[in-house]
Design a protein around this ligand. Structure first.
Ligand SMILES: Cc1cc2nc3c(=O)[nH]c(=O)nc-3n(C[C@H](O)[C@H](O)[C@H](O)COP(=O)(O)OP(=O)(O)OC[C@H]3O[C@@H](n4cnc5c(N)ncnc54)[C@H](O)[C@@H]3O)c2cc1C
Length: 457
């Protein structure tokens, strides 16, 4: 990322950065996160939470010493605000800095710090006057190798595992007064202004993740076959994909708008809060889109780990994993019992009769008595110069197709559909009532074909 200039994207080239605007920065974070959310958050923290406050509040010496190598990716930075008792309520800082000659002595603990392990530079917020509350907070740039700076164990998170998150403790860590970032006791303003951009960056990360989930879902829906159809042809799946696409597009507009306002130096606290604070809670992108995308995502993850056959091999996976046998949520709609009952009634007479007529002569040892026997099927066989066994075999087969086809449809197995269709078409050869029943059966089957998802599962 450093070689690509992704660690100091909106830092001016004079300070080692890429000199991009904020909109370009959020697009880059979105694209990074679309492929790897860990890379997205590492870049986002270094850019928004570390480079930005030094660029905006640092003096020239601090910029040369810290900003230039941070923007070039020669150093990595971390942002240390959160404490065990200062999360959402960030002003409740209990880490203190006490002046001691040319130094401040820091004591306290920061938690959930992104990039804590590899970070060389820490932007730390501490209480320099606890009696003043938010007005007694100051920001410092701290070298991570300062004696008294202790990094804790890497946290086990649900995701973004490649992003190193840890606790950082300060035990009498002496930080030069020259490393005070901005003015004494004005650090909370630095923290809030920094979070304004940080929120947009993290929202871009959520956007990239959601976009990746949407793309994986669309791909999977175009590959996975259930009930003899791509699942992407089912309305329930289409509706979920459409909802996700709308939410992702809406979030993109919000994120880009906030970034655009920030580029122009216009007020954007509300927009940044919409996308980075209330946004994820309102749209719940990082939760909702991946949740809808879960089967596809799960499949992708399996493919990555080489645990399962994937869409590359046709998307048909063996075993009771799919939608049909278990009747999973999107498919378990009300059955169409009337169609099934009619189909079964139509099948009963010709199906069982055909099966019986085809098998009985063999069972009863009367096959040779049939030679010369008349009837529409036999007449057809005679015309075609076929022996009676062909007729009997065809009858037995059609009868079997009927039975298996209808039983299969009752069981909700889409593979039974072609069998039942073939049997219904065969019954049209039957004169009189058989023809009518075959036609009715065909109508029922067409009905099923249109709504295969509603076959009982
Ligand atoms: C992966 C990860 C990386 C992080 N990286 C950093 C980092 O680099 N630097 C850093 O300083 N911090 C970092 N944080 C910490 C993050 O900023 C805090 O988690 C966040 O500020 C929330 O604080 P908390 O976890 O203590 O939750 P709490 O503040 O305890 O909140 C708990 C719950 O209560 C809700 N809540 C809180 N206040 C209100 C209210 N007024 N009204 C309604 N509901 C409320 C919250 O929404 C939440 O659901 C990171 C966190 C995570 C998970």
């Amino acid at each position: 990322m450093a070689e690509l200039g992704l660690l100091g994207m909106f830092v001016p080239e004079a300070y080692g950065g890429s000199g991009m605007d904020f909109v370009s920065y959020v697009i880059a974070i979105e694209e990074l996160s679309r492929v790897c959310a860990s890379h997205g958050v590492i870049a986002s923290v270094n850019n928004s939470l570390v480079c930005y406050p030094i660029l905006a509040y640092g003096n020239e010496a601090q910029k040369q010493k810290y900003l230039v190598p941070l923007a070039k990716g020669e150093l990595l930075g971390a942002y240390c605000l959160t404490e065990p008792n200062a999360g959402s309520s960030a002003a409740n800082q209990q880490t203190t800095a006490v002046a001691d000659g040319d130094h401040f002595v820091l004591n306290g603990t920061k938690v959930f710090i992104t990039t804590a392990g590899p970070a060389n530079v820490l932007v730390v917020y501490v209480a320099t006057d606890r009696a003043l509350g938010p007005k007694g907070i100051s920001a410092f740039i701290v070298d991570a190798d300062t004696p008294g700076v202790k990094k804790g164990k890497k946290e086990k998170k649900l995701g973004i595992h490649a992003s190193d998150t840890r606790e950082i403790a300060f035990e009498n860590a002496r930080v030069p007064r020259a490393n005070l970032l901005g003015e004494l006791n004005k650090g909370y303003g630095v923290a809030l202004a920094t979070l304004g951009g940080g929120r947009i960056g993290i929202a871009a990360q959520a956007l990239g993740i959601a976009q990746a989930c949407l793309e994986a879902s669309v791909k999977y829906a175009g590959e996975r076959v259930q009930f003899d159809r791509l699942i992407g042809e089912f309305d329930a799946i289409r509706a979920m994909l459409a909802d996700s696409a709308v939410e992702v597009a809406t979030a993109r507009l919000l994120v880009y708008q906030a970034a655009w306002l920030r580029d122009r130096g216009r007020p954007h606290t509300k927009e940044a809060s919409l996308v980075g604070g209330a946004g994820p809670r309102r749209l719940r992108l990082p939760e909702r889109v991946p949740r809808r995308a879960l089967p596809a995502r799960r499949q992708d993850l399996r493919n990555l780990r080489g645990h399962d056959r994937g869409p590359e091999d046709g998307g048909r996976r063996p075993g009771p994993q799919g939608t049909s046998p278990g009747g999973r949520e999107p498919m378990s709609r009300p059955v169409r019992p009337i169609a099934l009952v009619i189909l079964t009634a139509c099948m009963a007479y010709p199906g069982v009769t055909l099966l019986w007529q085809g098998l009985y002569p063999f069972v009863a040892g009367e096959y040779f008595n049939l030679v010369g026997q008349t009837g529409p099927w036999m007449a057809l066989a005679a015309q075609l110069h076929l022996p009676p066994i062909v007729v009997l075999g065809a009858k037995a087969l059609l009868g079997l197709f009927w039975v298996l086809g209808v039983l299969g449809l009752w069981a909700g197995d889409g593979r039974a559909y072609p069998l039942a269709l073939l049997a219904a078409a065969g019954t049209l050869l039957y004169p009189g009532g058989g023809m009518v029943m075959g036609a009715l059966a065909l109508v029922c089957l067409i009905f099923f074909r249109e709504k295969p998802a509603e076959v009982p599962a």
